[in-house]
Design a protein around this ligand. Structure first.
Ligand code: NAD
Ligand code: TDX
Length: 332
């Protein structure tokens, strides 16, 4: 049994991880989360009180981070500003949380020799051509495109430097696009599902041909637990489940599942610097650590996710108008 400190545990992937850990292991969990616009305490409803604690706070608060890190066996670091579109509008919070926040945590982990796992993204590698058979590996050079992905790349490099220079007991994982319950309505899949549920049309950026490599949040969680258990200190592991789809195909699946014509979407202004394609080669994680994804059927996982949003309107509706107002202001 371990005491895990999970930063960003009230966000999308962090909350899925906390549910997964409390269901599948006997670890205890403390969540440290600032509850920004992206955090939602309702995502942590129903967890066992004897094994779960919530602390509201900022990962840049060195005194709080020091105290919490000292009292835990491992830190699993999800907290971040996570949305590319927001980073194009106002990069500053991305630097504060993703760079200074990560720095604050690894300094505390170094002081207390606490095991550290850093959650990152495939976006640090930039993008691939649509017709390129190549996929990202742990050896792909960093080439981030947006303020968001460049701050994630910076935070990865800080963790690597702390491993080499200070002996920080850390691992890093870079995962592809997640889907599942509890994802904020600003993100692609929830935005389109909730648009259709409200009688509005999905909005595709540009031509809709950009490709993302989708993985269910539960598969991301099982991969992170595997790395915490058996990962080699200092290593980076790519997490992906062979889920490449272009955005137009995803929107057509959502429309069809919700009984609408497959072409009932709008093409809107493209994202500046929009990455074309992401694709993950997760061979290292599969062969060295024996991990395999369980959600191999994207259409089935998407259908479950659509059902979750249909059944949990009270969770997403309070955020929807504000998210759409931001998009309207950007012509999207
Ligand atoms: P999210 O935006 O849904 O959640 C982020 C959480 O962090 C929120 O609960 C927020 O309140 C909290 N937070 C933000 N700033 C904070 C601060 N200064 N102090 C404490 N808490 C703070 O994000 P997500 O999609 O769940 O992403 C989680 C992590 O996974 C991020 O590090 C992201 O880069 C990474 N990631 C995401 C994806 C994806 O598809 N969403 C894919 C790969 C990696
Ligand atoms: O309304 C939309 N229409 C649209 O076509 C939105 C919101 C997005 N898109 C496109 C842009 C991308 O090609 O859909 C794709 C997915 O967009 P996002 O959900 O914004 O995700 P992405 O930019 O790919 O980044 C996500 O995956 C990697 C997460 O938000 C990041 O945190 C993670 O690092």
């Amino acid at each position: 049994m371990s005491r895990l400190l999970v930063t960003g545990g009230a966000g999308f992937i962090g909350s899925n991880f906390v549910h997964f850990v409390l269901r599948e292991t006997d670890h205890t969990v403390t969540v440290l989360d600032k509850l920004t616009y992206a955090g939602n305490l309702a995502s942590l409803d129903g967890l066992p009180e004897d094994r779960f604690r919530f602390v509201q706070g900022d990962i840049t608060d060195a005194a709080l981070v020091d105290e919490l890190t000292r009292d835990h066996d491992a830190v699993v670091h999800y907290a971040a500003e996570s949305h590319n579109d927001n980073s194009l509008d106002d990069p500053r919070p991305f630097l504060d949380t993703n760079i200074i926040g990560t720095y604050t945590l690894i300094e505390a982990a170094r002081r207390h020799d606490t095991r550290f796992h850093h959650i990152s993204t495939d976006e640090v590698y930039g993008d691939l051509e649509l017709d390129d058979p190549a996929r990202f590996t742990e050896e792909t050079p960093y080439n981030p495109s947006s303020p968001y992905s460049s701050t994630k790349a910076g935070s990865d490099l800080l963790v690597r430097a702390w491993v080499r220079s200070f002996g920080l007991r850390a691992t890093i994982s870079n995962c592809s696009n997640n889907y599942g319950p509890y994802q904020h309505v600003e993100k692609f899949i929830p935005r389109q599902i909730t648009n259709v549920l409200r009688g509005e049309r999905p909005k595709l950026y540009g031509s809709g041909e950009n490709v993302r490599d989708w993985i269910h949040a539960n598969d991301h969680s099982s991969a992170v637990l595997t790395i915490l258990d058996r990962g080699t200190i200092g290593e980076t592991y790519l997490i992906g489940a062979d889920g490449e789809k272009n955005n137009k195909d995803v929107v057509e699946l959502i429309l069809t599942e919700l009984g609408q014509p497959a072409d009932a979407y709008d093409l809107v202004r493209d994202r500046p610097g929009h990455d074309l394609r992401y694709a993950i080669d997760s061979t290292r994680l599969r062969t060295e650590l024996g991990w395999t994804p369980r959600f191999s059927d994207f259409a089935e996982g998407l259908s479950d996710t659509i059902a979750w949003y249909r059944d949990n309107e009270a969770w997403w509706m309070p955020q929807k108008d504000a998210a759409e107002a931001r998009y309207r202001a950007q012509g999207q």
